[in-house]
Ligand binder design. Structure first.
Ligand code: IPM
Ligand code: MG
Length: 359
């Protein structure tokens, strides 16, 4: 029997609750499709800080390198906010992304018909939205140097560096163009080339790579305008290609088109080795341990893991169908609750998803 090894990070906050749901569904869908999944649970984020003082122990990164795919729920908790930056959970996540060379972050935003009313935007604005944010993940201002904080002449000054080299832009641009070809054929590159030198290079390189993709319709947009267009007319977008910081901001904004950030999965990929699959939401410490979390983004991340990481397309489609059926039947977690629907906790939602999968 085919078997796959998954490094699993249940993480902090709501992480363990949504992980339990995803695991049951993964087990059920793998049985049905005749393959085996082995989970290697490793400490990362808060759990690792508690155990070792480090958010990403070297053994954890090593375990990921030999896995077929990595599944992460969410990391972070206010209790670690006073630690030095390199000791915080977020640094563990950045170290994992960089350590595995995961330069391409794919964040699909697709409106599920049953949720068209859940958005804060009018249904006619969001109906039919189907876009993909392709975010560069291991460069830009998140990783640029010099960075730091200095005291001089009675003042404190802090700084980061937003920098990209041509090869970093070229490789993420190719991912964007390739995905545009598989989708609607349109790529919108988002930058701030009217102000930033780093964005001008971004634009120049995206233009240069476009020469290899004559079948893709390329446009450029400044990031402030893109933020506006996402809420004004989101249907105009197919693939949005952008840098690390702009992608972080725009993907949260795009996620809310669906009504809840609790619905959005993501995949982070490199040129070789395992991918990392995680919901785009955080660890939601405010609702942790109360059985209130929406497990759907985690389940949809597991679906992306099956499709992209393990090439188990049929199993991935089954998980996605289970989510759609459960929503269509009117089951909702609190974040998406609407009149006439049935409100469930995280665990009960997991049971409905399982029933929908097996039904
Ligand atoms: C995300 C998150 C992370 C990021 C944080 C937790 C470091 O916001 O994945 O979007 O900024 O990349
Ligand atoms: Mg973010």
């Amino acid at each position: 029997m085919t078997s796959h090894r998954i490094t699993l990070f249940a993480g902090d906050g709501i992480g363990p609750e949504i992980t339990a749901v995803a695991r049951e569904l993964l087990d059920a869908v793998s049985r049905r499709h005749g393959f085996e999944l082995f989970y290697d649970e490793q400490p990362m984020g808060g759990a690792a800080i508690d155990a070792t003082g480090e958010p990403l122990p070297p053994s954890t990164l090593e375990a990921c390198r030999t896995a077929d795919a990595v599944l992460l729920a969410a990391i972070g908790s206010p209790q670690y906010d006073s630690l030095p930056r390199e000791k915080r959970p977020e640094s563990g996540l950045l170290g994992l992304r960089a350590g595995l060379g995961l330069f391409a972050n794919l964040r699909p935003v697709k409106i599920i018909p049953a949720l068209a009313g859940a958005s804060t935007l009018k249904p006619e604005v969001i109906e039919g939205v189907d876009l993909l944010v392709v975010r560069e993940l291991i460069g830009g201002v998140y990783f640029g140097t010099p960075k730091g904080r200095v005291e001089a002449d009675g003042h404190v000054r802090a700084f980061n560096t937003m920098a990209y080299s041509d090869f970093e832009i070229d490789r993420i641009a190719r991912v964007g163009f390739d995905l545009a070809l598989q989708r609607g054929g349109r790529l919108c590159s988002v930058d701030k080339a009217n102000v930033l030198d780093v964005s001008q290079l971004w634009r120049d390189r995206v233009e240069a790579i476009h020469v290899d993709y004559p079948g893709v319709n390329l446009s450029h947009m400044y990031v402030d305008n893109a933020a506006m267009q996402l809420v004004r007319a989101p249907k105009q977008f197919d693939v949005i290609l952008t840098s690390n910081l702009f992608g972080d901001i725009l993907s949260d904004e795009a996620a809310m088109l669906t009504g809840s950030i609790g619905m959005l999965p993501s995949a982070s990929l490199g040129s070789a080795g395992p991918g990392l699959f995680e919901p785009i939401h955080g660890s939601a410490p405010d609702i942790a341990g109360q059985d209130l979390a929406n497990p759907m983004a985690m389940v949809l991340s597991a679906a992306m893991l099956l499709r992209i990481g393990l090439k188990q397309e049929a199993a991935a489609a089954d998980l996605e169908a289970a989510v759609e059926r459960t929503l269509a039947a009117g089951f909702r977690t609190g974040d998406l609750m609407a009149e006439g629907c049935t409100q469930l906790g995280c665990q009960a939602m997991g049971e409905q998803l399982l029933a929908a999968l097996e039904g």
